[in-house]
Ligand binder design. Structure first.
Ligand code: NAD
Ligand code: UGA
Length: 477
């Protein structure tokens, strides 16, 4: 039970105006109209977008939340120092990507941005501040943050809390409004209660869990590892379904009704994406190796290995099914975001499927309702750079000549030999598939990487349909 204390009125600052900082702070500002919330970022363009009607993030419901609070008690700016000085609770919500260089490259989290924030806070703080780790961090990062803060130029004092975020993109507003739990880890009971009292304005107290710092940091990595593990587990079974004639959606339903297993997160797919699952598991693997727990590290690494296999399996199946060659064939890609209802493409399975098909010299026409062409081209450029360590002329030509981006799913599918559904956007379920079929070459292949379309119905139109972990269908049986 959290007791009532006399805290100074909260004045909040959040460093990092990304997918977490923006929506999370907008929700706090909406729910607590008397608390000033100042979100700051070094990226001027991003801040300009937060101050416009064209937000940097596509997230259902976000626009309304931002518009309600912005100009009242929600501010976006690049004035990092000013925001630190004028607040008494400082959230750090900057990116913590996988390190691409030096020790731990490809596994460890890059904590450069976290450290820069801690140094900036130490440099310009006075009095007492509560510093909240909102970013996902390796266990015991708070120790390093505390040591940096102790070097404060002005003898400021600090409490450090861990308050990881569990929102999922596409449902961020609902998740923030009604979270399963809020987790706060910290040593100072007063600081924990001060933060809990902010969330307590709209979240029932029994859902605000408090732990020690290290449990809180580790719980975030563990939650993502468990979620990703479920997806890899059902995807592993999808491969067996394809080999045996079982249907993975039926298997998922059958096991999901066991209350100990539960029905959520059992949707077989072309592979999980997003900025966090892979990054956080690799981080966990790195931590385990660091502590000499090699078997534990190998266990979790297998979740990522299975995900890579699932993506490769899908592109290989397209090539195999289309008579072992997709060279010079037009393939429509429906969906590029890593899941529906977001414009985020980080680690999207679509990037890797497109890369593999381009390596096979396919001609791709990509349609996604929310992802702009510049972002699609940037992702494809980056993935080829990663593959060979620099963009070869050959790959540059492939991206220029073999990739078109369309603003219309029908246009994307016109004159194509195949369609690959890579994101589960609802609008794909409402398309006139007879019209699509008549505009395609024969056989009209459809590869449903999300199992969202009615395969039997499509076969009755004339499509040859291949889904994940389900029998294939074509006209006449
Ligand atoms: P993001 O890349 O969208 O945003 C991070 C922002 O921080 C960027 O705009 C960047 O310019 C800014 N930044 C970096 N260094 C800065 C500095 N020194 N000063 C000021 N601004 C700085 O990242 P994100 O998706 O919001 O993720 C942030 C953290 O939250 C990560 O640790 C991630 O693992 C975690 N997380 C993300 C999600 C999600 O759905 N994206 C969910 C839960 C947790
Ligand atoms: C995930 C977690 O769900 C959040 O709790 C967490 O806060 C967040 O990561 C984070 O730390 O960044 P997110 O990546 O936004 O959220 O989206 P999810 O709904 O978890 O989906 C992740 C990926 O798994 C997507 O590519 C999705 O299509 C895939 N997925 C998910 C499946 O293939 N099958 C499923 O059954 C569920």
């Amino acid at each position: 039970m959290i007791s009532v204390h006399n805290f100074p009125s909260p004045r909040i600052c959040c460093i990092g105006a990304g997918y977490v900082g923006g929506p999370t702070m907008a929700m706090i500002a909406k729910q607590c109209p008397d608390i000033p919330v100042h979100v700051v970022d070094v990226n001027q363009h991003r801040i300009d977008q937060w101050n416009s009607s064209d937000l940097p993030i596509y997230e259902p419901g976000l626009q309304d939340v931002v518009e309600e609070a912005r100009g009242r008690n929600l501010t976006f700016s690049t004035d990092v120092e000013g925001a630190i000085k004028s607040s008494n609770i400082i959230f750090i919500s900057v990116n913590t990507p996988t390190k691409t260089f030096g020790i731990g490259a490809g596994r460890a989290a890059n904590l450069e941005f976290i450290e820069k924030c801690a140094r900036k806070i130490a440099e310009c703080s006075t009095g007492h501040k509560v510093v909240v780790e909102k970013s996902t961090l390796p266990v015991r990062t708070a120790e390093a943050v505390k040591r940096i803060l102790m070097s404060s130029a002005n003898n400021a004092t600090f409490d450090v809390l861990s308050n990881p975020e569990f929102l999922a993109e596409g449902t961020a507003i609902a998740d923030l409004l009604n979270p399963d739990r809020v987790l706060i880890g910290g040593e100072s009971e007063a600081a924990v209660e001060q933060l809990a009292s902010v969330y307590g304005r709209w979240i029932p107290r029994e859902r605000i869990l408090t732990t020690n710092l290290w449990s809180s940091e580790l719980s975030k990595l563990t939650a993502n590892a468990f979620l990703a593990q479920r997806v890899s587990s059902i995807n592993a079974i999808s491969a067996l379904c394809e080999a045996t004639g079982a249907d993975v959606d039926e298997v998922a339903r059958a096991i999901g009704t066991d209350s100990r297993i539960g029905p959520k997160f059992l949707k077989a797919s072309v592979g999980f994406g997003g900025s966090c699952f892979q990054k956080d598991i690799l981080n966990l693997v790195y931590l385990c190796e660091h502590f000499g727990l090699n078997e534990v590290a190998k266990y979790w690494e297998q979740v990522v290995t299975m995900n890579d296999y699932q993506k490769k399996r899908f592109s290989a199946r397209i090539v195999r099914t289309m008579f072992h060659t997709v060279s010079d064939k037009k393939i429509a890609i429906w969906g590029f975001a890593f899941k529906k209802d977001t414009n985020d493409t980080r680690e999207s399975a679509a990037i890797y499927i497109c890369r593999d098909l381009l390596e096979e010299r396919a001609r791709l026409t990509i349609y996604d309702p929310q992802v702009p062409e510049s972002q699609i081209r940037a992702e494809l450029t980056a993935v080829f750079q990663d593959t060979v360590g620099g963009l070869s002329e050959h790959h540059q030509r492939l991206i220029e000549n073999n990739v078109l981006v369309s603003r219309d799913p029908y246009e994307a599918a016109k004159d194509s030999h195949a369609i690959a559904v890579l994101t589960e956007w609802d609008e794909f379920k409402r398309l006139d598939m007879t019209r699509v079929f008549h505009a395609m070459h024969r056989p009209a292949f459809l590869f449903d990487g999300r199992n969202i379309l009615d395969a039997m119905h499509l076969a009755s139109i004339g499509f040859e349909v291949h889904s994940i972990g389900r029998p294939s269908y074509r006209a006449g049986g």
